[in-house]
Design a protein around this ligand. Structure first.
Ligand SMILES: Nc1nc2c(ncn2[C@@H]2O[C@H](COP(=O)(O)OP(=O)(O)OP(=O)(O)O)[C@@H](O)[C@H]2O)c(=O)[nH]1
Ligand SMILES: [Zn+2]
Length: 234
């Protein structure tokens, strides 16, 4: 059972409850995420509702919902980290753009679901550093060593902001579209119930195959469900 309580007043500061004490105990201020506004967002896969939030470090995140997602019925959910090159510029270096479209398409075909768009470009190191990392990969490094050579961790993301945002829309049980166990583990640790991991085709192609293999081989990503590497792009 999630420790977060849903609130729906606009501009309402969504405080993490329950683990706030443990946050303070760990020397970290309680996480706060502020709901700002919502609107309709028509897409080719359905008429979503966009809910905007800002976190304690002023990052603006967006949650898209389709249908009535509140309640105990598990919700098809995608936690998607921002990737400008993949999501908006059709890069074939990664699987993000293909995954974003596939996730929205799957939610649209079910008529109910959530996409959380987290402003975590470059696995949390930002766009400039991701391009620097790509430059190192152009010279033979893999995506793990490139981050390390730049002085970053392999993956600088954390998912705590998802807690208050999911609570805001009344989601407690999820069917999560991911290959990344870190996402499932983070949601479970926050008290959410991930009842199922759902395959998300990654659009494997000649340009991202090594990247996908490194994620599987060195980052613990799990590509074991039928269809996860399907949808290969030519
Ligand atoms: N630093 C860095 N970030 C990358 C690289 N390629 C993609 N990214 C970023 O990685 C994030 C997406 O992470 P992925 O590993 O593709 O997928 P995931 O979200 O961890 O896992 P899934 O839920 O299975 O998609 C986005 O923020 C991308 O900008 C890279 O080579 N280096
Ligand atoms: Zn990407």
């Amino acid at each position: 059972m999630s420790r977060y309580h849903a609130v729906h007043e606009p501009e309402e500061k969504l405080e993490a409850t329950g683990d706030a004490t443990s946050c303070v105990a760990r020397g970290r201020p309680p996480l706060s995420v502020r709901f700002i506004a919502s609107s309709q967002l028509p897409t080719r896969w359905g008429l979503f509702v966009a809910h905007s939030f800002v976190d304690a470090v002023h990052k603006e995140h967006l949650v898209l919902t389709l249908g009535d997602v509140a309640g105990d019925e598990p919700v098809l959910t995608r936690i998607h980290s921002e990737c400008l090159t993949g999501d908006a510029l059709f890069s074939q270096r990664c699987d993000c753009g293909h995954q974003l479209r596939s996730a929205l398409q799957q939610i649209g075909s079910e008529g109910r679901g959530v996409l959380i768009y987290l402003r975590q470009e470059g696995r949390g190191i930002g766009l400039h550093n991701k391009i620097r990392a790509y430059g190192l990969q152009d010279c033979g490094a893999d995506t793990v060593d490139a981050n390390l050579r730049l002085g970053f961790s392999v993956d600088a993301r954390e998912y705590a902001v998802c807690g208050p945002m999911l609570a805001h829309i009344g989601v407690r049980r999820l069917r999560l579209m991911t290959h990344n166990p870190a996402k499932t583990n983070a949601l479970t640790a926050m008290g959410f119930e991930v009842v199922e991991r759902v395959a998300l085709p990654s659009g494997r192609n000649a340009h991202n195959a090594a990247y996908l293999d490194t994620k599987a081989g060195r980052m613990g990503h799990v590509f074991d469900l039928v269809g996860e590497n399907a949808g290969a792009e030519q």
